[in-house]
Design a protein around this ligand. Structure first.
Ligand SMILES: *Cc1c(COP(=O)(O)O)cnc(C)c1O
Length: 433
C-alpha cells in the first residue's frame, strides 16, 4: 500500500522533500541526526484549527500546549498568529513570555507546582489552573504577600475513559490530574472565600492522541454542566478551557484522524448549547499541542550499519535519546528511506537507535527498500513530544533543529556538544588537590 503523505512532504526523483528542501541535502548540509520543521505547515496547522473553531463561536482563544515543542522560534510564530499558551512549568512560562505571548493568554497548569512557580505566576500576572486545595491555600497566601489578586480556574477531572495509550489518558477517574467531581463545588466555594484569588475559569484536559471526537464532546458536556453548578454559586466565568488532545494519523497507511473542523463541529455546539442555557458568554479556550506541531517535523538520521541477525536490523544515529515516543508509549512513526523514497519497500527491517538499551527501537518489523549504510532515513511526525522529550542519555549531545520556509533554511537550535554536557559538572572541593 502507498503511504499517504501530508502535502508538505513530497517525493521527487527518488528523494523525500520537506517543503522545497531535499531531505538528503539537508542531512548533508547540517549533519545527522537532525530535526527539520516546515514553517508553512506550522502556520497552516494553526490557522486551520483556529478557523474551524471560530466558525462556530468567535470568542475562541487557542492556547498552544508548550510541552509539545518548546522551541522559542515555534512559540514566536504561534504568538504572532494570536496564540496564548498552556504552560506546565516556570521554564515554559518564561519561554511563552519571551515569545511575546501576553500574560492574559497564558494558563499555568500543573499538578505539582512549587511555591516558586506560584510566585512567578503571581508576579507575571498569568492565570493559574489549580489542581488541589493545598495549591489554592498556597496561592492565596503568596498573592496576599505580593498584594495581588490572581485569577484562577480549577482543573476538573471529568472521569472519562478515552481510547488512547494509558500513559496519555489524563482524565480518568484514577488519574493524578484534576479535582474529583464531588469536590468541585467545594473547591470553587473555597476559592470564593480567598481574598487574593478570584475563580474565573474552568479547565480540563482528557488526554492526548485521541482519534475520536466523541470523548471531547462528552467532556464539553460535563464542563458546561459543572459550569451551571459553579455559576449558581456566584462565580462569573470568563473562560472555559476544554484542553487539547486531538490526535494525528501516525500510521500513514491505516490511521485516519478527525480534522480540526470535525472536532469543532462535534464539540463547539455542545459548549454553545450549554452556555446559552445558562445565559453566560465565557471565552472558549482550547489547548492543542500535537495537532499543531506533530506533522510539521521530520527527524533525519543516518544508517550506520545494517545487520542480519534473527532479523534484519537497520542501526541509525537517532534513538530514544532524541525520540522517546516509541520506547515510552509504543508509538508508531512512519520511516522513509529519504534517498530511496520511490523504491519498492520489499524488505522487512527493525530500525534501532544507538542507545545501550534493548528497548531502543524506533520502528519494528517495517517494510523498507533494500537499505545500506550511509542511507538517510526520515522519521515522520516528530514535531510533537520529539525534541521536547529528548535527553542526553549515554552522554549523547542533543541534535540541532532546523526550520525551512520556502527556499530558506536555518538553524533554530544548535546541536549540543560533549563540552555542553561537561560544563554543568563540578569538581568537589574535597577532591581538589
Ligand atoms: C499535554 C497537554 C495538552 C496538549 O495535548 P495534545 O495532545 O498535545 O494536544 C493540553 N493541555 C494540557 C493540560 C496538557 O497537559
Amino acid at each position: 500500500m502507498a503511504l499517504i503523505l501530508p502535502n508538505h512532504l513530497t517525493v521527487k526523483e527518488g528523494h523525500l522533500y520537506i517543503g522545497k528542501h531535499d531531505c538528503v541535502s539537508l542531512a548533508e548540509e547540517y549533519g545527522t541526526p537532525l530535526y527539520v520543521t516546515d514553517e508553512e505547515r506550522l502556520r497552516s496547522n494553526f490557522t486551520r484549527y483556529d478557523e474551524a473553531l471560530k466558525k462556530h463561536y468567535p470568542d475562541v482563544q487557542l492556547l498552544y500546549a508548550a510541552k509539545a515543542n518548546g522551541n522559542l522560534t515555534i512559540m514566536k510564530i504561534f504568538a504572532s498568529l494570536g496564540a496564548g499558551a498552556d504552560v506546565f512549568s516556570s521554564g515554559e512560562l518564561h519561554m511563552a513570555l519571551l515569545a511575546g505571548m501576553p500574560p492574559e493568554k497564558l494558563l499555568f497548569n500543573g499538578s505539582s507546582k512549587t511555591r516558586e512557580d506560584l510566585s512567578l505566576a503571581v508576579e507575571k500576572g498569568v492565570k493559574v489552573s489549580l489542581d488541589s486545595f493545598d495549591e489554592l491555600r498556597q496561592l492565596n497566601e503568596i498573592a496576599g504577600e505580593a498584594g495581588k489578586i490572581v485569577e484562577v480556574s480549577f482543573r476538573i477531572n471529568p472521569a472519562i475513559d478515552v481510547p488512547t495509550h494509558p500513559k496519555i489518558a489524563t482524565g480518568l477517574a484514577t488519574s493524578k490530574f484534576g479535582i474529583k467531581a464531588d469536590q468541585i463545588v467545594d473547591a470553587y466555594r473555597a476559592a470564593m472565600e480567598c481574598p487574593n484569588v478570584v475563580p474565573v475559569g474552568m479547565h480540563c484536559h482528557i488526554g492526548s492522541q485521541i482519534l475520536d471526537v466523541e470523548p471531547f464532546a462528552k467532556a464539553a458536556e460535563i464542563m458546561v454542566r459543572v459550569a451551571g453548578e459553579i455559576t449558581d454559586l456566584g462565580v462569573r466565568l470568563s473562560f472555559i478551557d476544554i484542553g487539547g488532545g486531538l490526535g494525528i494519523p501516525y500510521n500513514h497507511e491505516t490511521e485516519v484522524a478527525p480534522t480540526p473542523q470535525e472536532y469543532a463541529d462535534a464539540v463547539v455546539p455542545v459548549f454553545l448549547k450549554g452556555i446559552q442555557k445558562l445565559g453566560i458568554k465565557p471565552q472558549l479556550w482550547v489547548e492543542p499541542g500535537r495537532n499543531l506541531v506533530g506533522d510539521t517535523t521530520v527527524l533525519l538520521s543516518k544508517v550506520n550499519s545494517v545487520k542480519t541477525s534473527h532479523k534484519k536490523f537497520v542501526n541509525i544515529d537517532a534513538g530514544f535519546n532524541l525520540l522517546l515516543r516509541p520506547a515510552m508509549y509504543d508509538s508508531y512513526h512512519e520511516v522513509i528511506v529519504a534517498n530511496k523514497a520511490d523504491m519498492e519497500r520489499d524488505t522487512e527491517y527493525t530500525v534501532t537507535g544507538p542507545i545501550c538499551e534493548t528497548g531502543d527501537i524506533i520502528a519494528a518489523d517495517r517494510k523498507l527498500p533494500r537499505t545500506e549504510d550511509g542511507d538517510i532515513v526520515a522519521i515522520l511526525d516528530t514535531g510533537a513530544y520529539g525534541y521536547s522529550m529528548a535527553s542526553q542519555y549515554n552522554c549523547r549531545p542533543r541534535c540541532p533543529e532546523v526550520m525551512v520556509f520556502g527556499e530558506r533554511s536555518g538553524i533554530m537550535r544548535r546541536g549540543e556538544s560533549v563540552i555542553d554536557i561537561l560544563n554543568t559538572m563540578k569538581k568537589l572541593p574535597w577532591h581538589e588537590k
